[in-house]
Design a protein around this ligand. Structure first.
Ligand code: NAP
Length: 473
């Protein structure tokens, strides 16, 4: 019976929740998982949504149960599993059927897959999904790349399952081929920077002020009512207030301070570097995770150098806490400006014509970086056509003018008191470099000309020149 509206392969964390979300919105959905026991467990736990779910025992049965043209969502691990599934599906699917990769694919793989499927009759969609398990179940942010025609076939289902902000669905077609997966990658890069800057502020409150986790949680909870209001600040407050059921200690105090970096975070940095776009706060965040993973080395280094003192008394805690709020806000603005600049560059490089305000709008709910702040970004792009950087949008100039002195104060105190603030200090340096009409690359150019006769441009005449270096080495 081919009456399912859509199909989904991969009933892991994301796939099972997305399938239930699709079913809950009244769609019949065919499901398949490589390991059949997972399909059985999924069906057993599906409760009253069972009637909307058509489990396939074989891929053939699964495909046959979907109404043509068949959209099939792949929610399997990125990389080889996606290619393997495409090989199998090509044999089973018919002309006009649509394969939708909803995992965290590298957009370059997505571009390659688009090309490989050209002329096959099948269409392809690369779809970024953000919001984790909870988002997948109750409303993620969905970033679609592909042809507008293939999006039209699945738009109704996707907009129904997406998160909503002011009743607008957080789902949009963003451009052809790899556009959706690229935007998801940069979303995650910004997420890395956001999380790292929050962690740095936690470090100042823990090691600089000497506050206990619960007290720090209270600070974040208060900030969540102000301009920093966001999902990440909300969960930071919740996490800091939680106790470990095993020991009764604050939960964060028993968690190993080592985080990995892979996939989308790393790709954000690689792609921004490839396009020559500085994304220093994102780079610092990715590097900070790599450094965090060097636990054994850090322990040795701590013994070689003076052990960092705890609670360094950074002055009146209340005034410092106010400054930290502004500092975090300024750092966040710089990080988002960098992320959006990378999107803008990629839009030109790959001829995607990415809609910046739409991207900000579909990130306002459902995704991990969701916040009201994204509404301000959307408005800035709507009001300022062809905006070179968020940092030059009038609303952002005002916000940065107000918040940067605090960022400068915190970064300076951090440096003096040996409190590492890699992402916040990168954000500040980026901002200071960006707003400096006369930088210091004149010296770099002179050095390059000195040792390599690379030539330089002069301020007072057009053309290429060399310096009076005499005996060039
Ligand atoms: N978790 C998140 O918060 C999150 C958020 C956004 C995006 N994503 C992305 O979503 C995708 C799925 O993530 P997940 O967290 O749901 O992963 P997961 O829980 O590990 O589930 C992976 C699924 O992929 C299937 N699979 C793996 N290799 C396969 C292969 N070679 N052939 C067929 N099926 C295969 C597994 O089937 P078996 O049961 O047979 O092993 C399982 O159903 C990933 O690309 C991930 O990066 C995850």
């Amino acid at each position: 019976m081919s009456n399912a509206e859509i199909g989904l392969i991969g009933l892991g964390t994301m796939g099972s929740n997305l399938a239930l979300n699709i079913a809950e919105k009244g769609n019949r959905i065919a499901v398949f998982n490589r390991s059949p026991d997972k399909t059985d467990a999924f069906m057993a736990a599906a409760g009253n949504l069972k009637g909307h779910l058509l489990p396939g025992k074989t891929l053939e049965e699964f495909i046959a149960s979907i109404r043509p043209p068949r959209p099939v969502i792949l929610m399997v691990n990125a990389g080889a599993p996606v290619d393997e599934q495409i090989v199998v599906l090509r044999k089973l699917m018919a002309s006009d059927d649509i394969i939708i990769d909803a995992g965290n694919a590298n957009f370059r793989d997505t571009m390659r897959r688009f090309k490989e499927l050209e002329g096959s009759g099948l269409t392809y969609i690369g779809m970024g999904v953000s919001g984790g398990e909870e988002g997948a179940r109750h409303g993620p942010s969905i970033m679609v790349g592909g042809s507008p025609e293939s999006y039209a076939r699945v738009e109704k289902v996707l907009t129904a399952i997406a998160a909503r902000y002011n009743d607008e669905p957080c789902c949009a077609w963003l451009g052809p081929n790899g556009a959706g997966h690229f935007v998801k990658t940069i979303h995650n890069g910004i997420e890395y920077a956001d999380m790292q800057m929050i962690a740095e502020i936690y470090g100042v409150l823990r090691d600089g002020v000497g506050l206990a986790p619960k007290a720090i949680g209270e600070v974040f909870a208060k900030w969540n009512k102000g301009k920093l209001n966001s999902y990440l600040i909300e969960i930071t407050a919740a996490v800091l207030k939680a106790d470990d059921p095993k020991t009764g200690k604050p939960m964060v105090d028993v968690i190993v301070d080592s985080a990995g970096q892979k996939g989308t975070g790393r790709w954000s940095v690689i792609e921004s570097q490839m396009m020559g776009i500085p994304a220093t706060a994102i780079e610092a965040a990715v590097a900070a995770r790599s450094l965090s993973a060097m636990r054994a080395e850090r322990a040795i280094a701590e013994n070689l150098y003076a052990k960092l003192n705890k609670a360094r008394s950074l002055g009146d805690p209340n005034s410092l806490i106010d400054k930290l709020e502004h500092a975090l806000f300024a750092g966040k603005i710089a990080a988002y400006a960098q992320g959006f600049a990378v999107l803008e560059a990629a839009s030109k490089e790959f001829s995607w014509n990415l809609p910046m305000s739409t991207i900000a709008r579909i990130w306002r709910a459902g995704c991990i970086i969701r916040s009201q702040f994204l509404d301000t970004i959307a408005t800035a792009y709507e009001e300022n056509n062809g905006l070179a950087s968020l940092l030059v949008a009038p609303a952002f100039v005002t916000m940065m003018q107000a918040a940067t002195p605090a960022l400068r104060h915190i970064v300076a105190r951090g440096a003096q008191d040996a409190l590492p603030l890699p992402a916040l200090s990168s954000a500040l340096s980026y901002f200071d470099s960006y707003r400096q009409a006369c930088g210091t690359a004149n010296l770099i150019q002179a050095q390059r000309d000195y040792f390599g006769a690379h030539g330089f441009e002069r301020l007072d005449s057009p053309g290429e020149f060399h310096g009076p270096w005499g005996g060039i080495q």
